[in-house]
Design a protein around this ligand. Structure first.
Ligand SMILES: *[C@@H]1O[C@H](CO)[C@@H](O)[C@H](O)[C@H]1NC(C)=O
Ligand SMILES: *[C@@H]1O[C@H](CO)[C@@H](O)[C@H](O)[C@H]1NC(C)=O
Ligand SMILES: *[C@@H]1O[C@H](CO)[C@@H](O)[C@H](O)[C@H]1NC(C)=O
Ligand SMILES: *[C@@H]1O[C@H](CO)[C@@H](O)[C@H](O)[C@H]1NC(C)=O
Ligand SMILES: *[C@@H]1O[C@H](CO)[C@@H](O)[C@H](O)[C@H]1NC(C)=O
Ligand SMILES: *[C@@H]1O[C@H](CO)[C@@H](O)[C@H](O)[C@H]1NC(C)=O
Ligand SMILES: *[C@@H]1O[C@H](CO)[C@@H](O)[C@H](O)[C@H]1NC(C)=O
Ligand SMILES: *[C@@H]1O[C@H](CO)[C@@H](O)[C@H](O)[C@H]1NC(C)=O
Ligand SMILES: *[C@@H]1O[C@H](CO)[C@@H](O)[C@H](O)[C@H]1NC(C)=O
Ligand SMILES: *[C@@H]1O[C@H](CO)[C@@H](O)[C@H](O)[C@H]1NC(C)=O
Length: 577
């Protein structure tokens, strides 16, 4: 029936044709999946407009492009038998610019999409690109809609956000792409970072043949652990009744960078061997050193204007400042001194997590209020009360442990995924590029490392370490990006994999294995320089400040720093995602 409709609407004439001809609302409508493609979706409100000569500004994850023409498409759908509404949004390139690719994109924080900035990466690479609102409305966030009332969660929204909406958006987009360009040849990709990384991971684990290649940055997976872990610095500070000022923490980080910069063989302000830094540097050395910072005013992302003011500060670093720094770096240990979860790599900014708030009433620094995701995960997702602020009254590290266990149980299979290895994904020929900033201050670098390690251990139990890595790297490569923070470059002169989707395309379509991942310095005096990123666990080593590094296997003690023993929760903390 649909075939007849398509022919009747002149679909075949559009196949080798212009943007204007593919971008009529009726042609777009006719390209939507039928019930034989995807069962149970009922579409409405299709819009389509042609956009000409559009320029894409370079982002962290794609280079700039000009002269792009595309069809800007939105649609809504509901599930048969449900009173829901999910919105999807796609850019379909001009047939002359289309290269037979589909790109699914995801979100950040508690948002499931990155809006136009996600879709633009597709225009650069000749791919149809899509995103979804997961039924939360454009601009909607999980925390805004997940409670129907106190004590009542919206499980449809949790499933949509957890995995279902990205899957449906992908299947809809792939079907439309085949229909619109009248071609069965279609490479399918995913790209996203942070929540966007978790979105991609949720697909790789469940739908083994959905993507030929998934580019997953700093994934916010293992939500059960990741979200409560945001609260650890304040819980620790409460336990020692002390909150450092941001200047003292900045001083410790600066001294760490100074001490560890050269351990990778190149003095450039970037710690590219945080493993060697862990072994060789003792932050206690900073105790007694003086610091001074000018007054500063934070940026308020909501108003776009001035945020909280931090007065000028000076003093000497004390033992409590260093204790907080180390607590953040090492991650939480429970009251029986068992390791609960991972912390951050040395060289990572610590003040954003752990600095106290200056009180101009008392003239001192107080433990910062817990807000945003770190609070909302506990209040809304665990306690099911409509509150965006979390009280720390009576909260200890064992409370934190309880929250992690509760999250694992409550959200297994939805926001967390039940552990699966990647056997089916690899057998289907899928490829994964997984990257994570070495100085990520929001999602610990180690959270990615221990996940991949679990995959390796489970998939290749009988092979030697080197042999198992070789097998793993045939389809799944992890790259630790020196100096990069959360989904963005941070340290001056640090590289970032701006062309990572291009590298994935090369791997999938031309079998060019990204033994080292292309990256570019996006800030600082070395801006514009190319720098390659080693496949983990190989780490870079420069000799004599030259631009070329070797990728070396760390010595055993350095390698061991990447695989902490998490013995507090006797469940699969490495694998649970
Ligand atoms: C697709 O294109 C082929 C030739 O390239 C043509 O034979 C076929 O009829 C077209 N199909 C549709 C549905 O337009
Ligand atoms: C396309 O846009 C560029 C600027 O982005 C402009 O210089 C150029 O004239 C435009 N071309 C056409 C055909 O409109
Ligand atoms: C694409 O369409 C949406 C919905 O109609 C609209 O809000 C957006 O501005 C359009 N984008 C472009 C680049 O035209
Ligand atoms: C939660 O509180 C916010 C603001 O206090 C309110 O706008 C929202 O409707 C409430 N949600 C529910 C489900 O009660
Ligand atoms: C830390 O280093 C940066 C960059 O060199 C500098 O601007 C800042 O003042 C230093 N902070 C402290 C507390 O020394
Ligand atoms: C340190 O702070 C005090 C006020 O708290 C100020 O008088 C003094 O000038 C500051 N010293 C430096 C080196 O900034
Ligand atoms: C304390 O902070 C408030 C709010 O920012 C400000 O209005 C007030 O002037 C400050 N008081 C002092 C003594 O700095
Ligand atoms: C829901 O819980 C919040 C937080 O405890 C409370 O402030 C609010 O009054 C409750 N709402 C209702 C309708 O009970
Ligand atoms: C990676 O960089 C090399 C130069 O070192 C270049 O030849 C190649 O095209 C780049 N690949 C991608 C996907 O950007
Ligand atoms: C590398 O450069 C730094 C600073 O420019 C210098 O201190 C150091 O001696 C150099 N190391 C070598 C091995 O050349």
């Amino acid at each position: 029936m649909r075939q007849c409709l398509l022919l009747a609407s002149g679909f075949s004439a559009a196949s080798a044709s212009t943007l204007a001809s593919i971008c009529s609302t009726s042609n777009i409508q006719n390209s939507l999946p039928s019930s034989s493609d995807i069962d149970g979706l009922i579409f409405r409100d299709v819009t389509a407009q042609a956009v000409y000569n559009s320029s894409v500004e370079a982002g962290n994850n794609y280079p700039a492009a000009t002269g792009r023409n595309f069809c800007n498409v939105t649609a809504a759908y509901k599930h048969a038998g449900k009173d829901d509404a999910i919105n999807v949004w796609y850019y379909f390139p001009d047939p002359a610019q289309y290269q037979g690719r589909f790109l699914a994109t995801g979100g950040g924080g508690f948002a499931i999409n990155s809006g136009a900035s996600g879709l633009e990466g597709g225009l650069v690479y000749g791919a149809v690109a899509g995103c979804t609102d997961g039924g939360m409305g454009w601009g909607g966030q999980l925390n805004d809609v997940v409670l129907k009332a106190n004590g009542s969660l919206d499980y449809d929204i949790i499933n949509n956000f957890g995995y279902l909406s990205i899957h449906e958006m992908t299947e809809i987009g792939k079907t439309m792409s085949k229909n619109i360009y009248n071609s069965s040849k279609l490479y399918s990709y995913y790209q996203g970072c942070s929540e966007g990384g978790r979105d991609g991971w949720s697909q790789v684990q469940r739908y083994s043949d959905q993507f030929d290649g998934a580019v997953v940055g700093a994934p916010a997976f293992r939500q059960s652990h990741q979200q409560p872990n945001h609260d650890w610095p304040q819980i620790y500070e409460q336990s020692i009744s002390y909150a450092p000022n941001s200047c003292a923490l900045e001083k410790i980080v600066n001294e760490t960078v100074n001490a560890c910069d050269a351990l990778d063989g190149k003095v450039d302000g970037v710690v590219a061997r945080s493993d060697l830094c862990k072994l060789n540097w003792h932050p206690e050395n900073v105790i007694g050193k003086s610091y001074a910072c000018a007054a500063s005013t934070a940026f308020n992302p909501i108003t776009g204007g001035a945020g909280a003011t931090t007065p000028a500060a000076n003093g000497t670093v004390n033992a409590n400042d260093v204790a907080v720094f180390l607590a953040v770096q090492n991650g939480p240990y429970d009251s029986k001194n068992r390791h609960l979860y991972v912390g951050f790599q040395p060289g990572t900014d610590t003040s954003s997590n752990a600095a106290g708030t200056y009180s101009n009433k008392t003239g001192s620094y107080e433990i910062a209020a817990i807000t945003d995701i770190g609070a909302e995960w506990i209040t809304e997702l665990l306690q099911e009360v409509n509150s965006t602020s979390l009280s720390l009254d009576g909260v200890t590290v064992d409370t934190l442990r309880g929250w992690m266990i509760e999250g694992m149980q409550k959200y297994a299979g939805t926001l967390n995924t039940v552990w699966t290895d990647l056997q089916e994904f690899s057998e289907a020929g899928g490829k994964i590029i997984h990257y994570h900033g070495e100085a990520d201050n929001s999602i610990p670098t180690l959270s990615s490392v221990i996940y991949q390690e679990q995959v390796r251990r489970v998939m290749y139990p009988d092979l030697s370490y080197e042999d198992s890595l070789e097998k793993l790297h045939e389809f799944y490569r992890l790259y630790i990006v020196p100096g990069a923070a959360h989904c963005s470059p941070s340290a001056e002169n640090g590289p970032f994999p701006q062309t990572v989707l291009g590298s994935m395309i090369e791997w999938v379509e031309n079998e060019v294995v990204p033994v080292q991942l292309n990256a570019t310095v996006l800030q600082g005096p070395e801006e514009g320089n190319a720098e390659k990123i080693c496949t983990f666990p190989y780490r870079p080593m420069w000799s004599g400040n030259t631009t070329e590094h070797k990728c070396v296997m760390p010595e055993k003690d350095a390698l061991d720093t990447w695989f902490p023993v998490l013995d507090s929760i006797p469940l699969n903390s490495y694998g649970n995602a």
